[in-house]
Design a protein around this ligand. Structure first.
Ligand code: NAD
Length: 497
């Protein structure tokens, strides 16, 4: 395992211009294991001078990197894919240690990360433009794609490895140089990933890592040489980053928070629906931007689904994600646990009935961990504040509606639009839902509608600010600028030959 997590407690470094460097930080953020409260490392809260140094290194690397043929650029990604495969269990362990999710969930996260590396290996095909001869006699026109220059990504705590890979492989394969700012709460996974990137032999300055918090984010937003920023995190910060970066003329894609609904029709396969919705709501302790957090039942599904989900949720084994048989880990911090508990109390105050109550959970041997057990709130009033508040914890609220149209009305009123799902065996209900649901990622009998790497990760309303999303073809468009060339050559030139 990485030196960063085997030694006692390490003050992490930044990776700039192909070397590990101490940050100019005077303040550090403690990184603790959410299951044990044990201190793992300290994240330097780097300064704007650290950002300047990284941008300079990336800018210096850019001219040679963009001239490196795409077919050569992706060779580094093939190496990275192999290194990630070889180190999968080691990396998964680091994810579980710092984030708390189970080892199996951490492995699944890494598979998604690797998938993005694989897709970006197709850049020599994906980055191609198009052309047309004789737009007027003897004149040809073409569209070509060129990299932007220095680009950056700012990522959240809940997928310490995967989210960075929505951007990094595409950005560098397209010929950009790249700066990553991981979440200060979970910096170890990307520290380890950068040790592997170093082993690929990438030219110095092509990828850079700057640890930190707000100051790094704001310095990246303001920096005139940073051409584009990819952000993933909560909606208030997404809005802040979007508007602050726009002020300096950057290209932006900012993914925000979520409150995802699932509609359960009475004709659904209730056993399948229950299992899948339970996994969606409580997997990763509900800390997934695609976690279902409100189930809207129609007709007699109200009773059948309520009974089934309460049974499924109560049988989930909660504990340290590294222990065998554990199905749900802790939430990220003590503050997060307290915030979730107070939101559950607020929901109860607003009229919901807790049919499973995960507050005040203590797990034997892990009394200092940030544990909750799955919570199910029945009958949350649709006009309650909690109905539209992102909880980001293992809490599922149940709402009842008399028809699919009434249920769709709740979805329309939601400020978020990350994901919406429907469980049914009716094709026409499914089609209506796909057509009308106001969200960017749609699941039909799917609980976590996470797009594969070759499709963009969508998101609507307050869940996304920008036009081009992460992953797939959108990523190629986001990380390249399109140039139109119209060409005429004199016929006299040709006559010489
Ligand atoms: P967060 O917004 O607190 O932090 C995200 C990033 O922004 C971090 O790198 C952090 O250092 C930085 N940051 C935090 N506060 C800041 C501030 N005031 N000014 C400048 N930078 C700041 O998010 P989080 O708690 O790490 O992650 C959870 C959130 O991310 C949830 O809302 C979740 O829904 C969302 N999320 C969304 C998606 C998506 O695809 N839409 C995916 C994953 C997570």
């Amino acid at each position: 395992m990485s030196s960063a997590v085997t030694t006692q407690v390490t003050d992490l470094q930044n990776y700039v211009n192909g070397a590990w460097r101490r940050s100019a930080a005077t303040e550090y953020f403690d990184v603790t294991n959410p299951a044990t409260a044990k201190l793992l490392a300290r994240t330097p809260l780097s300064t704007s001078a650290d950002v300047d140094a990284a941008v300079q290194a990336a800018a210096d690397a850019f001219p040679a990197w963009r001239r490196t043929p795409p077919g050569e650029r992706v060779q580094y990604l093939f190496k990275l894919k192999n290194l990630l495969e070889e180190n999968l269990d080691d990396l998964a362990r680091v994810i579980t240690l710092e984030n708390g999710k189970t080892f199996a969930e951490a492995r699944a996260e890494l598979r998604r990360a690797i998938e993005n590396v694989e897709v970006a290996c197709g850049i020599p095909m994906m980055m191609q433009g198009y052309n047309l001869e004789d737009v007027t006699p003897g004149v040809d026109e073409m569209q070509i794609r060129q990299p932007l220059g220095v680009v950056a990504a700012i990522v959240p705590f809940n997928f310490p490895a995967m989210v960075s890979y929505w951007f990094l492989p595409y950005a560098i394969a397209c010929g950009n140089s790249f700066i990553l700012k991981p979440s200060e709460r979970v910096p170890l996974s990307m520290h380890r990933a950068f040790e592997l990137l170093e082993k690929t032999g990438l030219p110095k300055g092509v990828v850079n890592l700057v640890n930190g918090g707000k100051e790094v984010v704001n310095a990246l937003c303001d920096h005139p040489q940073v051409r584009a920023i990819s952000f993933v995190g909560s909606t208030p910060v997404a809005k802040h980053v979007y508007s602050r970066s726009a002020a300096s003329g950057k290209r932006m894609q900012c993914q925000g928070g979520a409150k995802n609904h699932v509609i359960v029709l009475p004709d659904a396969d209730m056993e399948l629906a229950t299992q899948i919705i339970s996994d969606s709501a409580f997997g990763c302790a509900g800390q997934r931007c695609l976690a279902v957090s409100v189930a809207v039942t129609i007709g007699e599904a109200q009773k059948t689904f309520r009974d089934c989900i309460a049974h499924a949720a109560s049988s989930i084994r909660v504990g340290n994600g590294l222990d065998a048989g554990v199905q749900m880990g802790p939430v990220i911090t003590r503050e997060s646990k307290q915030r979730i508990e107070s939101l559950i109390s607020a929901g109860v105050g607003e009229g919901a009935k807790p049919i499973l109550d995960g507050r005040n959970t203590k797990i034997p041997k892990y009394e200092s961990g940030n544990f909750l057990t799955p919570t199910v709130l029945d009958g949350l009033p649709t006009n309650s504040q909690l109905a539209n508040t992102e909880i980001f914890g293992p809490v599922l609220s149940l709402i009842h509606a008399n028809s699919i149209d009434e249920a769709m009305e709740f979805l329309r009123r939601s400020p978020y639009g990350n994901q919406a799902s429907l469980f049914t065996t009716s094709g026409s209900a499914a089609r209506k839902f796909r057509y009308e649901a106001p969200a960017g990622n749609i699941g039909i009998n799917i609980g976590v509608a996470a797009p594969m790497a070759y499709f963009p990760f969508s998101g609507w309303k307050e869940s996304f600010f920008g036009i081009l999303h992460g992953q797939g073809r959108d990523a190629v468009e986001f990380f390249t600028e399109c140039k139109i060339v119209i060409e005429r050559w004199s016929r006299q030139e040709t006559r010489k030959f």
